[in-house]
Design a binder for this molecule. Structure first.
Ligand code: AMP
Length: 209
C-alpha cells in the first residue's frame, strides 16, 4: 500500500523478480485493458482519467480471477490492491488473512507532487522511470528498450491532486484495517529506492518490521 507515486510499482516489480513471484498490479491490468480497448477498458477509462477509483466489485472480481491462475499458487506480489477496506475484506476471503505480509510505503504529499512531475512511463516496455525535472513532458527515449517515454495520462498535476485526495479518503480505513495485522509494516518511501527494497525484503523475511 502507499499513495500514488510512492514507488509501489517499482518496488513490487523488484521484489517479485527477487522472489520469483508474479507481480500483479491492478493499475497495469486496467491500463492494458484501456490500451487494448476491451469492454473492461472502455468501462474504466473515464474513471482512471479522472483520478477516481474503479468499483470494489469489479476490481475484486478481476483480482479473484487472476489469483486463480497457476502462477499465483506459490505466492504473489499485489500492487495497488487492496485500496479500500472493502477490498481488504474481500482479499481475506481469497487466502487466509494471516498468510499475507502487508507493507505501507509512506511518502508525504509534497514529495509526491514533485516526483510525479518528473515521472515517465515507457510506451513500449511499460517501465516507470524519472527524468530530470526540467525535461519536456514527452519526447525522451527509454534507456532499456528505446521506446518513447511519455507522461502517464493520469499524472498531470490536477489528476495527481485528485488521486491524492482519493487515496487519503480510502487509505485511513484501509490502514486501520491492517494496523493490527500480525505482519503489517511501514517503510519510509523517501529513502533511496534500494534501501526501500531492502527494508521491504527484510520485512517479508521477518514477517514484521
Ligand atoms: P495505479 O497504477 O495503481 O496508480 O492505478 C491507476 C488507476 O487504476 C487508479 O487511479 C484507479 O483509477 C485504478 N485502480 C487501480 N487499482 C485499483 C483498485 N484496487 N481499486 C480501484 N481502482 C483501482
Amino acid at each position: 500500500m502507499g499513495p500514488p507515486g510512492s514507488g509501489k510499482g517499482t518496488q513490487a516489480a523488484r521484489i517479485a523478480e527477487r522472489l520469483g513471484l508474479p507481480h500483479i498490479s491492478t493499475g497495469d491490468i486496467l491500463r492494458g485493458a484501456v490500451k487494448a480497448g476491451t469492454p473492461l477498458g472502455q468501462q474504466v477509462a473515464g474513471i482512471m482519467a479522472s483520478g477516481g477509483l474503479v468499483g470494489d466489485g469489479l476490481i475484486t472480481d478481476l483480482v479473484r480471477y487472476r489469483l486463480e491462475e497457476a502462477d499465483a499458487a506459490r505466492g504473489f506480489i499485489l500492487d495497488g490492491y487492496p485500496r479500500t477496506a472493502a477490498q481488504a475484506e474481500a482479499l481475506d476471503t481469497m487466502r487466509p488473512p494471516e498468510s499475507f505480509v502487508v507493507a505501507l510505503i509512506q511518502v508525504p504529499d509534497d514529495a509526491i507532487v514533485r516526483r510525479m512531475s518528473s515521472r515517465r512511463v515507457c510506451d513500449s516496455c511499460g517501465l516507470t522511470q524519472s527524468v530530470s525535472p526540467d525535461s519536456n513532458s514527452n519526447g525522451e527515449t527509454c534507456p532499456y528498450c528505446g521506446g518513447d517515454l511519455i507522461v502517464r495520462p493520469d499524472d498531470n498535476p490536477d489528476t495527481v491532486r485528485r488521486r491524492l485526495a482519493t487515496y487519503a479518503e480510502a487509505a485511513m480505513p484501509l490502514i486501520k484495517y491492517y494496523r493490527t495485522h500480525p505482519r503489517y509494516g511501514e517503510v519510509n518511501g523517501l529513502q533511496h529506492a534500494d534501501r526501500v527494497t531492502a527494508a521491504l525484503l527484510a520485512h517479508i523475511d521477518r514477517g514484521s518490521l
